[in-house]
Design a protein. Sequence first.
Length: 234
Amino acid sequence: MVKIGIIGAMELEVEQLKKEMNLNAIIRKAGMDFHEGTLDDVPVVIVRCGIGKVNAALCVQILADEFRISHVINTGVAGSLNARLDIGDILVSKDAIHHDMDVRVFGYQLGEVPQIGFREFQADEHLVALAIGACKKVNPDIHVMSGRVVSGDQFISNKEVKERLISQFQGDCAEMEGASVAHGAYLNSIPFVIIRAISDKADDSAEMDYPTFEAAAAKHSAALVKEMVKGILP
């Protein structure tokens, strides 16, 4: 049975979706409120996980264990690492990497989690295609592309750090939860996709840009998610 877990780090990223869902129950686990119901007749669980990789990973595991979800969509905002991604554009993950994982001393690649066997967590191709198609339908004036999400427990607002993430990881956007959502989904064999609206340029202007564009970026992501869930039904 299809039941889609929809995760946002902040309330702004999920509040519109929660307003539009038909709510059956709210279950509180690990300080998170899981809103279970339907969105356009599609079974969903919508949750604000909180900021950071630990919160994101805990959230995915609860969705897997308690709600038996079939798919994971992580929606939110990010800073651009790619000159082709401007503020207001949308990035749909092709894969995700932990940029703050470093055990190279034991022979692993920078960003590779030991004993996993690879560095990049691959998003589900069907969900990626659905997300891009949905964006083109509901946000026709917004540029959308697929690319690499790089995640770490830090807000990127320094040009030198930004350049390092580009050169070392070939990242397209930087944020704080996506790779952990991907990691948790992989360990539970759940297909996932990460959707990021660009709110800033992840450089010295990021602190100024982020508050200004966050609300509009989150609104566009929510519209995309609402449209795409209809295509996941078998």
